[in-house]
Design a protein around this ligand. Structure first.
Ligand code: FAD
Length: 478
């Protein structure tokens, strides 16, 4: 390589692209980040840190262990995005599975968590390993029913009180399990990562900028883009494709082929009036994906707002919502109705119908929740899944052409392993000194005030049409 400073172009300002810009920018590399939307992290949503993968009974232990490690890394890198609340796993009586079947994996996760702490005590971010999960019998839940719901629960028992009061204990199998899988706040990530990138002089951020063409000539990438209806071209040494569900369209421009899938999904935002404004844990009602009894996910936010997933085609999933690439195109083709939702807007009647179905889905197990109402448009989007296994949950990055990295994360916590792999590849190619790859300490994020992050996050939530309280900070560490 000649002795000019290498330049990096990153296409896509979602979690993958923005984290890459932040990490490589802090290594001193000159990065240009292209994002077609007006702000960063505006792709598909996320609300759950999969610190152990306990939402997915169908995935391997290996994927769960990787999700645990990646989630701990992610929490340490972006501590301000965590909504500190545990998750309750409930197996409905109508489900063929049993809660006991989940226990061997939980025990494995405890020992993996202990090993991570033994390696580095700063990994102890999910509390004491012995409290990673706890089981509750029916009798224990009945005993908690008469206790008061607290504004700031501190112990697992205190978190279980609203569950004991609201969940119909005849509709679930025992034990109920509570586990230290926390919430992830996408609005605070959008806010904090934008504030951090603004402070790095060697990162250029082009918002509302659409990359339209790519050509590799004389060992350099020529990138055509459109901004404010004008066309430009720039040249860089290394290209990073972090275009989310449009990764395939960038692969097509680069001229590489790859198998992948794209799935459109939506989660619905409801408000529970009736004074249910105290804190809840997240609650998962297991169920077989794609059937009418698909998993229900009840995700609490401040202000009585609850985000709901129902893994049925009537709620979160869609008929034809999962599409695959073809030998002719690396970009799977989503039906125009999904693209309309992503690029324009939803019909309010569909928002209301699907949100009401989601409320009914959860109310099967929490009868009083039937009184909840639609609060806003859904959180929705299409996500990429590399390869042809739709249950894959851990995926990172591939290097299918010279000086080209293609990011394809399925869970946001994979972003740091992804960018570590890119940094190693850059070091291998002589682009950076391997010894300078930072240890993720001394992070610019540490200089940002959480209150500033939170107030910008509230503005972002409101500007996107969501309740500002969904970005709020009043979910405290316990
Ligand atoms: C309903 C739903 C719920 C989810 N819940 C969770 C969860 O709880 N936890 C979790 O970990 N994950 C969750 N996910 C998955 C998670 O949202 C994705 O894995 C993650 O957001 C992907 O990030 P990304 O940066 O790869 O892609 P994206 O966020 O899609 O970013 C890609 C960006 O590239 C931009 N772009 C594309 N093409 C161009 C171009 N030509 N020029 C300029 N810009 C371009 C796009 O505008 C976009 O902003 C969920 C997904 C869905 C759909």
């Amino acid at each position: 390589m000649d002795n000019h400073q290498p330049t990096i172009a990153i296409i896509g300002g979602g979690v993958a692209g923005a984290t890459t810009a932040l990490y490589l920018g802090q290594l001193g590399l000159h990065c240009t980040l292209f994002e077609q939307e007006p702000s960063l992290i505006s792709g598909p949503p996320f609300c759950h840190l999969h610190a152990g993968g306990n939402l997915y009974r169908e995935i391997s232990d290996t994927q769960c262990v990787t999700l645990l490690k990646q989630s701990i890394d992610f929490l340490r890198y972006y501590p301000f995005i965590i909504d500190y609340r545990p998750t309750v796993i409930a197996v409905p009586t109508t489900d063929s599975g049993s809660p006991e079947a989940l226990l061997p994996r939980l025990q494995l996760l405890v020992s993996e968590y202990e090993a991570l702490i033994a390696k580095d005590s700063r990994n102890k971010v999910l509390g004491d390993p012995q409290d990673y999960y706890k089981c509750y019998t029916k009798e224990a839940m009945e005993a908690l029913r008469d206790k008061e719901c607290l504004a700031h629960p501190q112990s697992l028992d205190e978190w279980m009180v609203p569950v004991a009061k609201e969940v119909d204990l005849e509709k679930v199998k025992f034990p109920l399990i509570i586990v230290q899988e926390y919430g992830l706040n996408l609005f605070r990530l959008a806010s904090g990562v934008s504030m951090a990138l603004e402070q790095i002089g060697n990162v250029t951020l082009h918002l509302q900028t659409h990359v339209t063409s790519i050509a590799y000539q004389n060992n350099r990438w020529h990138i055509g883009y459109e901004k404010a209806k004008k066309r430009y071209e720039t040249v860089c040494d290394y290209l990073i494709n972090a275009a989310g569900f449009r990764t395939g369209s960038i692969d097509n421009m680069v001229g590489v082929k790859e198998k992948r899938m794209v799935e459109f999904k939506a989660a619905y935002v409801s408000r529970w009036q009736e004074g249910k404004t105290h804190l809840f844990p997240e609650i998962i009602f297991h169920g077989e994906r794609g059937t009418p009894q698909g998993m229900g996910q009840f995700t609490p936010y401040p202000g009585g707002h609850f985000q709901l997933h129902g893994m049925t085609e009537e709620i979160t999933l869609y008929p034809n919502g999962l599409v695959a690439s073809t030998p002719l195109s690396a970009q799977p083709k989503l039906d125009a109705s999904f693209i309309r939702k992503i690029e324009q807007q939803w019909e309010w009647s569909e928002v209301d119908t699907r949100t009401k179905r989601a409320i009914r889905h959860i109310a099967q197990y929490m009868p009083d929740f039937q009184s909840a109402v639609t609060a806003s448009k859904p959180l929705f989007g299409a996500q990429q899944i590399p390869g042809d296994d739709p249950t894959l949950r851990v995926a990172e990055v591939a290097f299918p052409a010279n000086n080209y990295a293609r990011c394809e994360i399925v869970k946001v916590s994979s972003a740091l392993d992804m960018v570590d792999a890119i940094a190693k590849e850059l070091a291998k190619g002589g682009w950076i000194d391997g010894n300078t790859i930072h240890s993720r300490d001394h992070h610019i994020i540490e200089t940002l005030a959480e209150t500033d992050i939170a107030s910008k996050a509230e503005q972002i939530a409101a500007s996107r049409g969501y309740p500002a309280s969904m970005a709020g900070l009043n979910v405290t560490k316990y």
